[in-house]
Each structure stands twice: as structure tokens, then as C-alpha cells.
Design a binder for this molecule. Sequence first.
Ligand SMILES: Cc1ncc(COP(=O)(O)O)c(C=O)c1O
Length: 341
Amino acid sequence: MQETIPISLPRYRLALTPTPVEPLPNLSSTFGVDLSVKRDDLTGLAFGGNKIRQLEYYFGEAKTQGATLVLITGAVQSNYVRATAAVAARAGMRFHAQLEERVQGMETESYRKSGNILLNLLYDAKISHYPDGDDEAGADAALRDIAADYRRQGETPYIIPLTPDSPSLGSVGYLHAAEELLSQCPSADHFVLASGSGQTQAGLLFGLRMLGSDARVTGICVRRAANEQRKRVASHCRGLAEILRVESPVSSADIVVDDIALGSYGRAEAHVLNAIELAARSDGLILDPVYTGKAFAGLLALLGDGTVARGDNVVFIHTGGTPALFAYGPEILKHLQHEHQ
Ligand SMILES: Cc1ncc(COP(=O)(O)O)c(C=O)c1O
């Protein structure tokens, strides 16, 4: 069987791979499954996470184009923004982040100044703000305007775009995770992960199918309902087929997304905090309220309704996001105190 996927795109090597796969013995025995976790929170730079793998191909392209400055747009506590700030520092490029108000009413000092924000400042990010967190086309257009200003100042800017029809370079990074997983967990029935832009899910699914695996990949929606999310994942699968110049090995039935734990994006809701607490207290695993905690809450729901059956071999993909935990300190403390009353 084919073990690697030929990719002829410039790659800026960053991730410390293969990331380990760790068994979760206590959660496994509680739920009667064989559960382990792929530690992509340990990809290395700046507290790791899935974005480090994705950025290898964006920065590969940026370097090829002679970029001197990289721009990205994201939520106030975006992990992507923080990871890009770190990689820009490593690559010797300047960095501009546009932060969008995607989560209304989060005004705590922690949310505004700690977690990823603190790290962005440490990395000397230039920061601008975009008021609407639901206007992807507008946010990208605003970023292009800022890039044009930098160009007039003599910089060579490179934009990492947000809109779902933009190139699926981030997904390419996840083809390597598929290669790793097939040798680390050859008997996995089921992979479960957070699905936001859908690039991670598309890359993992596409890679597994290309390499002959029919294991299920379930994306737990963190921001959009399943019907919308499915379109994003499908579009990145098509994007990958174009980039790699191959027929897509992914059928529409392969694209499994579930909004069972959706709630509101970035709100640190009780079901997510309960999932975070369970993972920490059962097997010492640290998750975050926006992505991995929600994905884990989704997995718990799938275990609860029998979608994930007893005896299944399940791998949870830990996509990182750890610094955001500290941005949600007040909400987590309140949740814990409430429980002990
Ligand atoms: C920690 C973490 N996990 C998962 C995701 C979702 O990944 P994707 O946007 O590739 O779907 C993100 C996206 O920002 C993230 O920061």
C-alpha cells in the first residue's frame, strides 16, 4: 500500500513530527472503547497545534514569493494568529494581525489581554481591528487594503486568506498527519476532531482515503451548523484534488460533520467545560473551550448516543489551542466554583 503522498509544493519545515499518539486508559475504560489521542498540540513552535502543520505550506509559498511581511485575520483569541506570529518571527518576516469581534460580550481582562493576545504582543505583532466577526469577504478585503498600504511602504506582503474559496494550502499540511496516523494507529476505526475552516478535516480525510484507509473521520462543528460545514470540507477536498492534480478519493458520504455540541462559537458553555474537566480529571488531558473542548464534548455525545460503538478504536485529534484556556480563566473558575457549591 502507498505510504506517502507526493507533494511538489514549497514547504517551510516547522512541525516536530510525527507527533505522538497517547492512550487514554481511564476514559477508555469508562466508555468501553479503545480511545487514544494524537497530540498535535505538540507540533512544536509557540505551544504547537494544527496551524503549525498548515503554515508550513503558506510560508513555503510566502518565502518563494520573497515576502517580507505576512498578514492574517482571525478572532481576538485566534490560535491561528498566534501561530502565524511565531512562524513569521522564525522566518524573519514582519507580521500584521487583523482581529475580528467574533465573540460578542467577552470583555474580561483575560480575554482581551491574556492567552493568545499576550503571545501576539510578545511576537511584536502589528494589530488592527475589524468590527464584524461574520463577514469573511469583508475581513479579507480589509486585509488586502492593509497589505496595499504596506506595499506602498516598500514591503512585499503575503496574505493568508480566510474565505472558504481560498486555496487549500492548510489542508496540504494535514496529508502528512494522515501518513503518520496510518503507521501509528493502523487499526483505528474512527478519527474525531474539531472542524472550523474545515482545512484540517479535509486534509486528514483526503490523505487517509488516498492512502487506502476507509476509517471514519468525524468533524465536530465549532462555529457553523453541519450543512454549512460540510460544504467547507467538500470545497477543501476539491481544492486538494486540484493542488495535487489527482481525482479526489473522497466521496460525499465520506464527509462526516456533526453539530451535536455546537452551541455558540467561543462562549465557554457548560457542556464544553464539563468535557474539559472530564478529560483533565480522567487522563490529565488539557483541552481548550473553543476547539478541542468542544470537539471532545462532541465525542462524548457520540459515545452517549451510540454513534461511536462500544469496542471501537477511536483516535481523538488534539489540535492545540492550549493558550486560549488562560483567556477563559474567569469562566472556568466560575464553572468549577459553581460545581462545588
Ligand atoms: C486549536 C484549534 N483546533 C481546531 C481548529 C480548526 O481547524 P480548521 O480551521 O482547520 O478546521 C482551529 C482553528 O483555528 C484551532 O485553533
